[in-house]
Design a protein around this ligand. Structure first.
Ligand SMILES: [Zn+2]
Length: 439
């Protein structure tokens, strides 16, 4: 079948394309993009006037929780949430139970993700950096790569041993496999629940110092510079982290990084006292950090935006603050929070916004995604966004099982209204049926 997305603002960062035009999808593949496409024989046509047509969003840091923690999330609920949030590819972090450290577990994940009851988006597995994520013995990277991982990571179990990290980088360099780094020096952060500073002193909570993140980033960058391995630092939160990465990029290290939405629009001062829905690691920082993180995004030091989607079951979050787990569910709010706080405020242009949410994460992991140009992906991955739709984020209407978010009740501007992976996977109820004509 032939589908036409008609008359929208086409944003394709991979080719620096920002024009008004149409996208033609035939038999699940993009066949034409431009001001005039051949509409003869179209089976379906979407009126995209006033909307953006972009490559499907790519999230390189997601926790799907399956296998092992299906009360928090499943591959089914996470992929439905992803489609609703505008994502067509999400990366599954390895800290499941058991961790994704073997080809058999990668096969399981890919099989489950391909089953017809899911959201239909691509799930890209990320392998464990160490066996069982035990932090002691490197996993078998060659067999993980053959099974289909795009990277390996110590997410959830940050590596403390520099020699082990160096050995892993030497192996991964040979395989051209990037390492996604969870930067946390536990000897500095252990026992902390919020940012260390005035707020932690005021509330009498043990703080997590910025140095816990910065020391770990410095160590990973030094090792990357010396080994030549490609590394990607997950969710930076401090101005010192941004500055360190800027310096190591200048020195020639193959380092990239991302930021999670809460670190570019919330600070510790926004947090209602002892509300565990606001507890995350690294913690919400200060206004200086927020401003320099925004600057790092704007000047390209921060390469991309990732949700760090970390769903938890309600009973796990409804406990005293110090006992609560760290992290937020984010698949269904990340795009809208980015549009509201960065794009509409002029910190990122529309084209740069989509670059950070789609094109660059795909490039970092060398995925066939993040590009509308015909022939670059075996299956069309396209998101249609209404940039001016005003709405209120409500966790009771999300597909994710995780309702742990600081954005509940947040007023947002902009939303994915249609997500396509070959065929339609999600359509917002507000994307009115009369806009959808079947001929
Ligand atoms: Zn994560």
């Amino acid at each position: 079948m032939k589908v036409i997305l008609k008359g929208g603002r086409i944003l394709n960062p991979a080719t620096d394309l920002d024009i008004v035009g149409s996208v033609c999808i035939e038999d699940g593949q993009i066949t034409d993009v431009g001001p005039d496409v051949d509409e003869t024989g179209a089976g379906a046509e979407y009126d995209c006037r006033g909307l953006w047509i972009t490559p499907g969003l790519v999230d390189l840091n997601c926790h799907l929780r399956e296998p092992g923690n299906e009360a928090r999330e499943t591959i089914q609920s996470a992929t439905l949430a992803a489609a609703a949030g505008g994502y067509t590819t999400i990366c599954a972090m390895p800290n499941t139970q058991p961790p994704l450290d073997s080809p058999a577990l990668i096969d399981f994940l890919l099989d489950r993700a391909a089953s017809p009851d899911t959201g239909g988006v691509f799930v890209q597995p990320i392998g464990a950096l160490t066996k069982g994520l035990n932090g002691r013995e490197p996993a078998s990277y060659a067999s993980l790569k053959r099974a289909g991982v795009a990277a390996v990571s110590d997410e959830g179990s940050p590596t403390q041993n520099a020699a082990l990290l160096q050995r892993a980088m030497e192996h991964c360099l040979q395989l051209d496999l990037p390492i996604l780094i969870h930067a946390d020096e536990l000897s500095l952060s252990a026992g902390g629940s919020i940012n260390e500073g005035g707020m932690s002193a005021l509330l009498g909570l043990k703080g997590i110092p910025r140095s816990a993140e910065e020391v770990a980033i410095m160590r990973a960058c030094v090792l990357a510079l010396n080994t030549g391995c490609r590394i990607h630092i997950l969710r930076v939160s401090t101005w010192g982290s941004v500055e360190t990465i800027r310096q190591f990029k200048y020195l020639g290290a193959a380092v990239s990084c991302d930021v999670a939405p809460h670190h570019f629009c919330l600070t510790e001062e926004d947090m209602p006292e002892f509300d565990a829905h606001w507890k995350t690691t690294p913690p919400l920082r200060t206004m200086v950090d927020l401003e320099l993180v925004q600057q790092g995004l704007s000047d390209g030091t921060i390469d991309c935006i990732a949700s760090d989607h970390s769903p938890y079951a309600d009973h796990e979050v409804e406990v005293p603050f110090e006992e609560a787990p760290f992290g937020f569910a984010g698949l269904e709010s990340t795009l809208a929070v980015t549009l509201t706080h960065l794009t509409h405020r002029g910190i990122l242009s529309p084209l740069e916004t989509i670059r950070r949410l789609s094109t660059t994460p795909a490039e970092i992991l060398r995925l066939e995604a993040g590009n509308l140009k015909p022939g670059t992906s075996p299956v069309a991955q396209v998101t249609v966004i209404n940039p001016n739709l005003e709405w209120t984020f409500d966790v009771h209407r999300t597909f994710s099982k995780g309702k742990n978010t600081p954005f509940q009740g947040h007023r947002l501007m902009g939303k994915a209204v249609l997500t396509l992976v070959g065929t339609e996977n999600y359509r917002d109820p507000g994307f009115e049926p009369e806009r959808y004509r079947r001929s």
